[in-house]
Design a protein around this ligand. Structure first.
Ligand code: FAD
Ligand code: SF4
Length: 458
């Protein structure tokens, strides 16, 4: 009998020429038939290595088994034991470096498409959790409504604590709503998770900048919260520090993406329009750079160049997103390092001057160090530049909270396993502690902190 090896089910995606015209999601989900076929490829290893690769240790064979028996709701329940946001993680987790990298099939064949299966289960899960009811434990304030804050709040409610989340922006969700664009993560999915959290009993106060509107000490002493979890993320951009960087036409990626995602700045009928020229350069090689480049195409730029000082192999961005960006027409210029921004005759950005680079010995990050090639100066005519070279936390909480220890890059000094800080009643987790990392890492920190806060208060 011919025993054909079942192939990894590709996740369908929209055609590039169609998808650059709008912000709708690029990757489509599996049909039930595709999901079952992919799930049936799983070998159900007795000691699954994929689970070791997941930062929150989702029972991957357990949930995949439920998909083979056509029970997506039960599959989602298995995932939710450790990961409360499967529809989100299935879409944005760097699976190729985490769970899928450890799948035993990766060595001889293609790994199981764990992310696509998680998304399938998450999209079909019905929200069943009822309001928490007995919130008799001491109340907790959460600063920041990103994945760390939302996950911590959900766990605290389950543990019987009333929770109020204070969010600086007018919409909760953190980077899930203002950073990652709609074409990778539809905002309705995030909004539904937030509605669910509110149904469980969470109070969310938006437009509250903790450190200005109210301080952490006021939350503790005047508003009588018993503890505070700080999950304020890392939303302050790093700049290159190059001459001409403050010319009109140069944007920080955080500002650009926030204005497009949250303020609809690409639409002229909204109050704060953002106008890009025809030729846009994006500087950087991570997910933020790619999201900026692909958003720039959708906002109307006809040519988008991505300038990265290392080579393709060292790009920290997800491989799938690099592929999608190339299909959409983003032009990659590797081993290219900007050294100066030049104005045009209107004193607006006109050109970027760059050096060609070559790769040397590994640096502290373990990646080959980019070194300039002598006399390799070259110029690109551009209308706009979007700088996407990393971000760090804002200083405001560290500066306004007495005795809260912070580091030189503004991150809060906190114990990784508990979130405990130098102040016993203050806990912290997510990007505000680690610097920019991943959604699932932030959620893991939120969960650990909820448990520590509960132990501390009870
Ligand atoms: P955030 O999501 O940053 O949330 C912090 C919240 O706190 C924000 O809503 C902020 O407004 C609020 N806040 C800040 N200061 C205050 C204050 N003083 N008072 C009140 N509220 C405050 N990760 C992945 O895993 N996969 C990806 O594909 C991916 N792509 C990304 C693309 C972009 C463009 C960006 C920017 C990041 C991406 N990341 C990705 C990283 C990931 O989104 C973050 O690691 C994660 O969101 C961190 O979660 P957090 O809850 O710690 O912080
Ligand atoms: Fe993989 Fe992320 Fe799901 Fe863990 S949470 S199993 S790393 S997709």
């Amino acid at each position: 009998m011919n025993q054909e090896k079942p192939e990894r089910q590709r996740i369908p995606r929209r055609r590039p020429e169609e998808r650059v015209e709008d912000f709708q999601e690029v990757a489509r989900g599996y049909t039930s038939e595709q999901a079952r076929r992919e799930a049936e490829r799983c070998l159900q290893c007795p000691k699954p290595q994929c689970v070791e690769g997941c930062p929150v240790r989702v029972d991957i064979p357990g949930f995949i088994k439920k998909i083979t028996s056509d029970e997506p709701q039960a599959a989602a329940e298995v995932i939710k034991i450790t990961n409360v946001l499967p529809a989100i993680c299935g879409r944005v987790c760097p699976q190729e470096d985490q769970c899928e990298a450890r799948c035993i099939l990766a060595a001889s064949d293609e790994p199981i498409n764990i992310g696509a299966l998680e998304r399938y289960a998450g999209d079909r899960a019905r929200k069943q959790e009822k309001p928490s009811g007995n919130l008799t434990n001491p109340p907790v304030a959460v600063v920041g409504a990103g994945p760390a804050g939302l996950t911590c709040a959900a766990d605290l409610l389950r543990l019987g604590h009333p929770v109020t989340i204070f969010e600086a922006f007018h919409e909760p969700g953190g980077v899930l709503v203002y950073g990652i664009p709609e074409f990778r993560l539809p905002k309705e999915i995030v909004r539904e998770e937030i509605r669910h959290l509110e149904d469980m009993g969470a109070k969310i106060e938006t437009n509250v900048l903790v450190g200005r509107t109210v301080t952490i000490d006021q939350l503790l002493n005047e508003q009588k919260f018993a503890s505070v979890f700080v999950a304020a993320g890392a939303g302050t951009p790093w700049f290159l520090g190059l001459p001409g960087e403050n010319l009109p036409g140069v944007y920080a990626a955080n500002e650009f993406l926030t204005r497009v995602n949250l303020m609809r700045a690409h639409r002229s009928d909204y109050a704060t329009p953002l106008k890009l020229g025809d030729r846009v350069a994006v500087i950087g090689g991570g997910n933020v750079a790619l999201d900026s480049a692909r958003s720039a195409l959708r906002v109307g730029a006809s040519e988008v160049l991505l300038l990265y000082r290392r080579d393709r192999e060292q790009m920290p961005a997800r491989k799938m997103e690099v592929e999608h960006a190339e299909e959409e027409g983003v032009e990659f210029h590797f081993l290219t390092n900007p050294i100066r921004f030049h104005p045009d005759d209107q004193d607006h950005l006109g050109q970027i001057e760059c050096l060609q680079m070559k790769l040397g010995q590994p640096d502290d990050s373990g990646r080959p160090r980019p070194l300039p090639v002598e006399d390799s100066n070259h110029f690109y005519d551009v209308d706009n530049v979007i700088v996407a070279v990393g971000s760090r936390p804002n200083r405001i909480i560290g500066e306004t909270t007495e005795d809260l220890e912070t580091n030189s890059d503004n991150t809060i000094a906190a114990d990784e396993s508990s979130g405990a800080t130098s102040r016993p009643e203050v806990f912290a987790g997510g990007d505000v502690v680690t610097g920019s990392a991943t959604v699932i890492a932030a959620m893991g920190a939120g969960r650990r902190a909820a448990r520590s806060i509960h132990n501390y208060l009870t």
